[in-house]
Design a protein around this ligand. Sequence first.
Ligand code: AMP
Ligand code: GLY
Length: 427
Amino acid sequence: MNILLVGSGGREDAIARKINEKDTLYSVLLNENPSIMRMSHKYIMYERDSDEKIVEFAQKNNIDIAFIGPDDILNTDLNDTLLKNHIPTASPSRNAARIETSKEYMRYIMNKYNIDGNIPNYIFTDADEAGNFIKNSSKEYAIKPIGLTGGKGVMVMGIQLKDKNEAIEYAISIINKDGKVLLEEKQIGEEFSLQAFTDGKTVVHAPIAQDYKRLYENDLGPNTGGMGSITDRDFSLPFIRPDQKENAMRILNDIVNALREEGNPFSGVIYGQFMADKNSLKVIEINSRFADPEGINVLTLLKTNIVDIFLDIYSKTLKNNIKFNSMATALKYIVPSGYGIDPVETELLIENNIESDNLKLYYAAVSGTMNRVRTSHSRSLALIGIAKSIYEASDIVEQNIHKISGNYYIRHDIGSREMVGSKIKNL
Ligand code: AMP
Ligand code: GLY
């Protein structure tokens, strides 16, 4: 079959490799990703507001089904335009993707359908009202723009925002820019991501993952798009209780059902980011795609043919028979020096024999060749170890990092014995 993939980050490299196992890949790239280019039978570069070129490319190449990776493209009309032109897709409509692209819509759905895990939240359009609310409240808040920010727009009081003045200033800056700000009560606990395939009705869950968003080791510093992520052999995590995972599965199902009832049925990949503490499980956000990096962990483990899943999503015949390898993974992103603050574009050299059965290397926002890449300001290369335990998977990455040279930064602590051990102790 001829499969069209839109996107060219590390997540899309992982999707492309699954497609490439049996079918023919055609791609629409945002950067000249050497790994995806090498696998693609043909490719074109993405241009905003020229969806007709993508439709033409799909029609000319008899595309059987298309899949869109990145959130900012799901926030355009591309998926709806492909469908209108009789090109099947396994991605959500623009309206259904609002569960991610509008945090206001997400809270509205949770509220209206009384879905578990909602957090008290407030929207302000008036700067003085937002300021007074924060000033007079005894609680702390996560302060969020309504729309997409690439994982970098949320600031939390007591973490990125030192005091109430900084919080008020940040809330007002968002109102000035977007006309609106969302305040959510601050939650404390362990975060995890649950991704799932859905055809709008049946939901098939992937192993749960933990993403490390903070720039520096020991979870310090500003939020990033995600510096790395882990999954465990039993598809849960050693510091998340089985009832918490089951709760999260139920909540995700409830959201899929609510979207269907709302007249915006969701097809594609949906994922919830949850925060668990001793007594409760809260929804931090819902996204309309594979996570990056956590999507790479689950795609590396996926045993079922991904194109069969795409076809079942499109024809609304998804079955609960999707299989994952029962292994642990630890992924660490190599990013250009200064990433997230003042990144420096650079060149990275990669040894030939780096990949093996238990180590994969995915190419993200880079161009060049398989052995020599030019970075951008974004994440460059994802190294993922596969082993019986998270720490062994992390060790495999550490043992192979020396095969990549250049001016880069990586969080070594992700998946280490110390990190996972201290989380288990906290539980
Ligand atoms: P988001 O972009 O919504 O995933 O938020 C980025 C990060 O901000 C999350 O991974 C959390 O660590 C943090 N965050 C978001 N919402 C809250 C909240 N209500 N309470 C505490 N932390 C939050
Ligand atoms: N890993 C965070 C995200 O994909 O949004």
